[in-house]
Design a protein around this ligand. Structure first.
Ligand code: ZN
Length: 542
């Protein structure tokens, strides 16, 4: 096992937990639902790449489709005529402060005013506060010193495929903001959850160093309202992750912007028919993350046809990263996406608020080959069940994820997730001395009295006081310890529990209650609440 210093661990574990209930994430085509998690947490539940294997449904991020359609639109999409000014001509840029400070995002809900109160409240009160508080905490910009005046070319028209109507007062200027983000809706009987894009701004209207300042996303009401009416606790996390994902597309991760990047222009190249990020800052992260010094390109999702090329990380190599193409249970906004923010030259990132991805970490160059790697924690070759790679639940070996290049991996089962298992699983965990909830993690064991269950969830945490952390978990109310040398723990009269890979387990564990409810950041198991909030889980107002 790889030795990890306490210091490195501290940085690794700085995790952001954004929400209380959360979580889930996307798949390149799909978004799955997760659970209470933290968005970016590492803690509680996570994994983004979890698709609900029991549904086998892929929910889509519609960014690709909207790009395709917006190319066909006429005005005012094309009001933004770059021929008016060369890319080196900065005369049209809005003035900015020199110093980088937290981005200020103004979310405008006027395009959803006709929705039901319940739906609006869900978007306005539950989803967006978590998303915006997280992004505003993590991403920094050179703030605009003037209001954003939306391009008057949009007067009497709408913006983009989202048909966004711009409120009249926004043509006069939106004060104290660095991004105006419109929320809209559409309705279609597909697995599309949402899509996003931006509203190009003409000369003198809203460009700051070329960075987008006016953008939008559109929810598919068919999917959103179905979820709101369900009692599935994983659903909120799913929509929070999905919304964050779309916001990141709008900010930086889009072919709309690549040729405008200031620092590492044109970061995406098609090589051998597949899309790769070749930006040096991203490659540097990959070398360190995978432990592969020869990496010279980083794969983007190649499934789904040419229109999906170029703006999602490849599931096969990135698992539950939030910018993969579909949801897994817990999504992570990792150093890779942070590197894309940096490559643009428009943003700085507070690394201390990033969660640590664990998928493929330290697995060397063998992990990055085209074929499915064998003998790794992530992938599997035989049908079977086991704790999934980040120990948030029992996984089923499956190749149902079209984004994973046909490589089978342990996809978390929705019903046997440690945070919100179904009734039957709860009973099994109870009789096996286990439990469920935000602090529960999956352990492989023969204790369960069911042939269908080879893993049980136990409350667990990591003790970081030693050089290599130890895992402490509770079975029948008694604490047991896995350290670096322990392979199995015998529970007298009951059975054996396998120790997890401690490095991976403690990297991904989310020990913060409620993942800090979207109102704080989880660092080594303790919430650091944002201004205005307090309490162990940041749920109390100051
Ligand atoms: Zn997407």
């Amino acid at each position: 096992m790889q030795k990890i210093s306490k210091k490195r661990f501290a940085s690794i574990i700085a995790v952001l937990c954004i929400f209380a209930f959360a979580v889930q994430i996307y798949n390149s085509n799909s978004y799955l639902e997760t659970n209470e998690v933290s968005l970016f947490k590492k803690n509680t539940t996570r994994s983004q790449s979890y698709q609900y294997v029991d549904k086998g449904v892929h929910y889509e991020c519609g960014h690709s489709k909207v790009l395709e359609k917006e190319k066909q639109l006429d005005q005012p999409q094309q009001a933004f005529d770059e021929s008016l000014y060369g890319t080196n001509d900065v005369s049209y840029l809005l003035p900015v402060e020199k110093e980088y400070k937290n981005i200020r995002i103004k979310v405008d809900y006027s395009n959803i005013s006709t929705l039901s109160l319940e739906t609006r409240q869900y978007i306005v009160k539950k989803v967006f506060p978590a998303v915006v508080s997280y992004i505003q905490a993590v991403i920094k910009v050179q703030r605009l010193t003037q209001p954003i005046k939306v391009d008057p070319a949009y007067k009497g028209k709408t913006c983009g495929q989202g048909k966004i109507k711009i409120p009249d007062e926004h043509f006069d200027g939106v004060q104290d903001t660095d991004l105006v983000f419109y929320v809209s809706h559409h309705s279609q009987d597909t697995n599309l959850l949402a899509y996003s894009s931006y509203c190009p701004q003409g000369q003198n209207y809203g460009l700051s160093s070329g960075r987008p300042t006016v953008a939008y996303m559109s929810y598919n009401l068919k999917q959103l309202e179905k979820d709101i009416s369900s009692n599935d606790k994983m659903v909120l996390a799913k929509w929070i992750y999905m919304t964050t994902h779309e916001l990141v597309h709008s900010l930086v991760f889009s072919p709309n912007y690549y040729d405008k990047y200031l620092l590492e222009k044109n970061p995406v190249k098609i090589i051998g028919g597949k899309p790769y990020v070749v930006a040096p800052s991203v490659i540097k992260v990959a070398k360190e993350y995978y432990g592969c010094p020869t990496v010279d390109k980083v794969a983007l999702e190649d499934a789904g046809g040419a229109t999906t090329f170029g703006f999602h990380w490849e599931r096969r190599y990135f698992g539950n990263e939030i910018m993969t193409g579909s949801f897994l249970y817990d999504s992570i906004l990792s150093k890779f996406t942070a590197a894309m923010f940096r490559a643009s030259g428009w943003y700085e990132v507070d690394d201390s608020l990033l969660a640590e991805l664990t998928w493929g970490i330290g697995e060397k160059c063998e992990f990055l080959v085209d074929s499915c790697p064998k003998n790794t924690k992530e992938f599997c070759t035989m049908p079977g069940k086991r704790c999934n790679f980040d120990y948030i639940g029992q996984g089923v070996c499956s190749d149902s994820d079209i984004l994973s290049n046909k490589c089978s991996y342990f996809q978390p089962s929705k019903t046997q997730h440690c945070t919100y298992p179904d009734e039957e699983s709860r009973k099994i965990y109870e009789v096996s001395g286990g439990t469920w909830g935000p602090n529960a993690r999956c352990f492989d064991t023969d204790i369960a009295a069911s042939s269908n269950v080879s893993s049980v969830c136990y409350d667990a945490y990591c003790d970081f006081k030693t050089e290599i952390p130890t895992v402490i978990f509770k079975v029948f109310n008694k604490e047991y310890v896995c350290d670096n040398k322990t392979k199995e723990v015998e529970i007298p009269g009951k059975g054996k529990i396998k120790c997890p890979d401690i490095t991976r387990f403690c990297t991904s564990i989310a020990a913060c209650p409620l993942s800090c409810a979207g109102k704080g950041v989880c660092q080594q198991g303790k919430c650091k609440c944002f201004d205005g909030f307090k309490g162990d889980d940041c749920t109390q107002s100051v």
